[in-house]
Design a protein around this ligand. Structure first.
Ligand SMILES: Cc1cc2nc3c(=O)[nH]c(=O)nc-3n(C[C@H](O)[C@H](O)[C@H](O)COP(=O)(O)OP(=O)(O)OC[C@H]3O[C@@H](n4cnc5c(N)ncnc54)[C@H](O)[C@@H]3O)c2cc1C
Length: 463
């Protein structure tokens, strides 16, 4: 049964099941001045009284926006009307996907050096104001327990990202923060009065004394990322560094390596751009049908994506980490001396994945892998050793934003104060999270940045 309602001069058909569904989201937290409606044809949306004014309005209900709201509520010296506008049907949709649904919330080793951007100088001030310890204490005081895994990665003991989101939702309710879901901000501007005017899809409009932009980046558009925050920022006179995917797999030029699809190996990998060494790591990599992926590659991607279109980017891979080409030649000689009759293609099966050694010897070194090991010349041995210890992979591009974990680029941090997250261009305007030109390494660094910047923005907006 649909019921009929009349609001603002328009009739709406209200669907009880959908209204109930919405009520679950919008009753929790208590939202004032709103109703949920189903129009005919059936489009569900919320009508909130036009020209509502918030003390602090936050665009984006991801970890940065949610934490900014909570922090503002905690630090306000008097009751403030705090409103989150979220485009998705739920808060924290991306947060639920983090860490493969387990939420790698932070890292034991948070440090500015683990972040990338045109200007990281504001990071020490930011992290000094809200550290990884502060983040864990915050959740621990609310009963969440954590565990540390490899490389300092920290997860809730439940192994569920929903633990973190549920706690945050409880906090939103506790502080009476208002949330409007299914509400996309289309325009944000500053009126002569100094207040902000916010125009949303569906025609709703708000004014706000303070505005926090926490709209995230452009990666994983399937979870709501659209890059809207960049155009809002530009409208306020901010510079936006072009956004590209980071923590992302890479496509390659070397067709000879496509036969390696599915091969995994622990390698020492170094990225070079225009022959200059950029970054290196020892970790696992994976060969795919388009190129290369795996933790080592995702790590290196953060260092190279910004300059990728303008430079020649080469990855140098050593499948025997720690061994030089000379050392590898010696290792091969000793191995082949022990089993001289073994076919070359099978001669390394004890030390490397068979497919890897065969493809490198055949497709890269250009050898017949059916010959006996003792028939390999010195020169061929040198070529095999080189392909095993200094394989050069030429990088073409990255996968698209749909497959990248974070965005590199965004609102220029030179125009933001690290101690408050306030814009240096527009008073009472704040930024938090991935919308900024900062991206962290894999391992909890990005969520920590979202929470730290959200906390600092919210606290200062409340002052
Ligand atoms: C698959 C995956 C796994 C990840 N795992 C980890 C991990 O384990 N650890 C880690 O540290 N990081 C991880 N990350 C990165 C991390 O999720 C992000 O860095 C973090 O979510 C950024 O938080 P944010 O609040 O700035 O942005 P988001 O989480 O993207 O939130 C921004 C919100 O703003 C809303 N929005 C955008 N535009 C508008 C608009 N115009 N109007 C209204 N609302 C709008 C969006 O719908 C969205 O909900 C992962 C990312 C992905 C994609």
């Amino acid at each position: 049964m649909y019921s009929l309602n009349f609001t603002g001069g328009r009739f709406f058909l209200l669907s009880p099941p959908l209204a109930q569904e919405m009520t679950r989201e919008i009753d929790h937290p208590p939202i004032r001045d709103h109703q949920a409606y189903l129009t005919w044809p059936p489009i569900l949306y919320i009508v909130i009284s036009m020209n509502a004014t918030a003390d602090i309005l936050i665009i984006g209900g991801g970890p940065a926006g949610i934490f900014a709201a909570i922090s503002a509520a905690q630090n306000a010296d008097r009751p403030r009307r705090i409103l989150i506008l979220e485009h998705n049907f739920m808060l924290g949709r991306k947060l639920l996907k983090t860490g493969n649904g387990r939420c790698n919330i932070t890292n034991r080793a948070i440090a500015p050096v683990r972040y990338h951007g045109e200007n990281n100088r504001f990071l020490p001030g930011l992290f000094a104001r809200f550290t990884n310890r502060d983040l864990l204490n915050y959740f621990q005081n609310l009963g969440v327990e954590f565990k540390e895994e490899e490389q300092g990665c920290i997860f809730p003991v439940t192994d569920q990202a929903s633990t973190i989101l549920d706690i945050l939702k409880e906090e939103i309710e506790r502080y009476g923060i208002e949330v409007l879901l299914n509400t996309r901000v289309e325009k944000a501007a500053r009126a002569h009065s100094g207040e902000f005017t916010i125009h949303c899809s569906g025609g709703a409009q708000f004014t706000a004394k303070k505005l926090i932009i926490a709209t995230g980046g452009v990666t994983y558009p399937q979870l709501g990322a659209r890059g809207d925050g960049y155009s809002f920022a530009e409208g306020f006179g901010h510079t936006v560094i072009p956004a590209v995917p980071a923590l992302v797999a890479l496509t390659i030029e070397n067709k000879a390596l496509f036969d390696l699809q599915g091969v995994k190996a622990t390698v020492a990998a170094a990225a070079h751009q225009d022959k200059k060494p950029i970054a290196s790591i020892m970790d696992e990599m994976l060969f795919t049908h388009y190129g290369v992926s795996g933790p080592a590659i995702l790590y290196l991607s953060s260092f190279i994506v910004r300059n990728l279109p303008r430079t020649k980017t080469v990855l140098k891979i050593n499948f025997f980490p720690g061994l030089t080409p000379e050392g590898a030649k010696e290792k091969l000689r000793a191995l082949w001396e022990k089993n001289p009759k073994r076919a070359l293609g099978n001669s390394l099966i004890g030390i490397l994945p068979k497919k890897l050694s065969q493809v490198l010897m055949r497709n890269v070194a250009g050898l017949d892998i059916s010959v006996r090991s003792d028939g390999v010349s010195k020169g061929d041995r040198a070529r095999i050793a080189a392909s095993l210890t200094a394989l050069e992979i030429i990088i073409k591009s990255t996968l698209a934003v749909n497959d990248a974990q974070v965005t590199s680029g965004g609102v220029c941090t030179q125009e933001i104060r690290g101690d408050t997250m306030e814009s240096q261009r527009v008073k009472n305007l704040y930024f938090a999270g991935e919308v900024l030109d900062i991206n962290g390494d894999c391992g909890g660094y990005n969520l920590q940045f979202a929470f730290s910047s959200g906390h600092v923005a919210g606290r200062n907006a409340a002052m």
